[in-house]
Design a protein around this ligand. Structure first.
Ligand SMILES: Cc1cc2nc3c(=O)[nH]c(=O)nc-3n(C[C@H](O)[C@H](O)[C@H](O)COP(=O)(O)OP(=O)(O)OC[C@H]3O[C@@H](n4cnc5c(N)ncnc54)[C@H](O)[C@@H]3O)c2cc1C
Length: 393
């Protein structure tokens, strides 16, 4: 889809394109194109490079180190990043906690944590889900009991992405069990090296270690680590989830992924002809492109709202549902195009770059995209409520 940018935005696009061309390391490009898991060091080094350029925390206000871009510029930046096969690689500190601290943190919390997130000195993980509380998050049971200047925490968090890399966790805890269950939840910042924290790995279907269970036994956390008021955690969590869901949609990365699929379909052969000439494959690629175009238009509508200062609301559920559906379609096409080359043990291959070696693990792990950040079914419930309330535009 061709978008008519203003001359200033086109100049900005050229600047960003040239920068990514000159500065994206070849190894990171390779991992991005093949879908190989990025390691912590890959992400930290890359984020520091972006920060040096002043381009890491693109969604933060200027006074906290953001570049002060318009939503259109942020959109262009993301398109060019993905087109250059540069990883998104943004940690939870940048995408999730930063906006929360800007909105709800004390001046001391902002001064202490925001610069360290920007410089990638701290790595944050998200301690929301528990063994008995996922979709029904408000049922969470991890307790935080006040004791002098501290809280004492007991409970367990699960599916905690990269907790084994994390120096800190932002966490939902129960500070009260009277009244409505949502009203007893608070949002707490925890250093991961505190006594009583144990992190156990969960290996996922792609054979990688992304996930963990975190056990908290009599963990002392200072009360000054509370964000917002006691009992305000549910509102803060919802605010954070809209940012998380909007970012999961990943329009720019889907566009880059689709372009790579067209290239691969041109290179792979079926029945002596390029796969790209096969009618059934062309139809599948065209369908994916149409779905992606619809996603992009929806993204524009959310961006237009953001430009007027409106925070993303239930629309983020729409973006998340549509975006993850497209991601799963693209990862299915990866496997279909790669065919026998998709098996993880089939190293090398006819293109000689092991290009398809991660297609199957990526396909398997992408099934999780319709679960994390809130499952598809739950997002559809959110959307149904919005429609019933007459909120559709
Ligand atoms: C790869 C991955 C990474 C994750 N990372 C993190 C993380 O870093 N931090 C974190 O806190 N959590 C994380 N999660 C957890 C994630 O948020 C939960 O898995 C998710 O919210 C679903 O909760 P659950 O697993 O308990 O499933 P359940 O809530 O038990 O749901 C089971 C099934 O029932 C359906 N269901 C539940 N309630 C309803 C309803 N009301 N209406 C219709 N259907 C319903 C669900 O859609 C699902 O299909 C991650 C999960 C995955 C898979």
């Amino acid at each position: 889809m061709d978008i008519d940018f203003s001359p200033e935005d086109r100049a900005f696009q050229q600047e960003v394109r040239a920068w990514f061309k000159a500065h994206t390391p070849a190894e990171l490009k390779r991992k991005t194109v093949t879908g190989e898991m990025l390691q912590k060091d890959d992400i930290v080094q890359w984020q520091r490079r972006l920060d040096t350029q002043g381009w890491l925390v693109t969604g933060w206000p200027k006074e906290h180190g953001g570049p002060g871009w318009t939503p259109t510029q942020r959109y262009i930046f993301d398109l060019e990043r993905a087109a250059a096969s540069a990883p998104v690689g943004l940690s939870m500190g940048v995408i999730m906690l930063g906006p929360v601290l800007v909105a709800f943190g004390t001046p001391e919390q902002k001064a202490q944590y925001l610069p360290r997130i920007r410089r990638c000195e701290d790595w944050w993980c998200q301690g929301y889900s528990e063994p008995g509380a996922g979709s029904d998050l408000a049922s969470l049971k991890t307790t935080a009991v006040a004791d002098g200047d501290d809280y004492i925490l007991n409970g367990s968090k699960i599916w905690t992405t990269y907790a084994h890399w994390a120096t800190h966790m932002f966490c939902l805890v129960r500070t009260s069990s009277t009244g409505k269950k949502q009203e007893g939840i608070s949002f707490l910042l925890i250093e991961m090296d505190r006594a009583g924290i144990e992190v156990k790995p969960i290996v996922s279907i792609d054979g990688e270690h992304h996930l963990n269970q975190v056990f908290l036994t009599d963990v002392r956390v200072p009360r000054k680590n509370l964000v917002g008021r006691e009992g305000q955690g549910w509102d803060i969590a919802k605010y954070l989830l809209t940012h998380e869901r909007t970012s999961i949609a990943g329009v720019a990365d889907c566009k880059a992924h689709l372009a790579n699929l067209y290239t691969a379909a041109g290179e792979r052969r079926s029945g002596g002809r390029p796969l790209a000439e096969d009618g059934a494959m062309r139809l599948k690629l065209a369908r994916a492109e149409i779905e992606l175009m619809a996603l992009e238009y929806t993204n524009f509508r959310v961006l237009a709202d953001t430009a007027t200062g409106k925070a993303p609301g239930p629309e983020s559920s729409l973006l998340k549902t549509m975006g993850t559906a497209v991601q799963q379609t693209l990862s299915e096409l990866d496997v279909e195009i790669a065919a026998e080359m998709a098996w993880p043990w089939h190293e090398g291959g006819e293109l000689g770059h092991g290009r398809y070696a991660h297609a199957m693990p990526r396909y398997c792990f992408s099934r999780a995209a319709t679960i994390y950040g809130g499952s598809d079914e739950v997002q559809k419930n959110v959307l149904a409520k919005m429609l019933l309330a007459g909120g559709a535009r």
